[in-house]
Write a protein that binds this ligand. Structure first.
Ligand code: FES
Length: 122
């Protein structure tokens, strides 16, 4: 019994693109994208809900398409652009007039622009 509890967890090395930032990670292979975002990246804007794919509170954009992060393993989306609610707004806020989208808007969006057109060029 004790040996079962001490069994090694298989880890996987990944390079994710989260909110436009290349992000190298070493995470347990069984961890969901939701858990990685909240626990390893401290991106807590993505919320835990049912973790069954029913409530939509964990929605993120993957290549501009809404996906349920509680049902995705990070290894499934390596190399694709992940946008959380934190990344859906432009930074710094003083330079952007576009409002931060609500969680409902995140769930209903069909295609989210990769960059903010409202931000002035630097
Ligand atoms: S937490 Fe409910 S759908 Fe993901």
């Amino acid at each position: 019994m004790k040996e079962e509890l001490l069994r090694d967890v298989e880890m996987v090395s990944l390079a994710l693109d989260i909110n436009g930032e290349p992000t190298p990670l070493l995470v347990p292979v069984h961890k969901t994208l939701l858990e990685v975002l909240r626990e390893d990246m401290n991106l807590t804007g993505t919320k835990h809900g049912c973790e069954l794919g029913e409530c939509g509170t964990c929605t993120v954009l993957v290549d501009g398409q809404p996906e349920l992060s509680c049902l995705i393993l990070p290894i499934q989306i390596e190399g694709r652009a992940i946008t959380t609610v934190e990344g859906a707004s432009c930074l710094p806020r003083a330079r952007c007039s576009r409002p931060i989208p609500s969680r409902r808007a995140m769930r209903s969006v069909k295609r989210w622009p990769a960059t903010c057109a409202a931000a002035p060029a630097t």
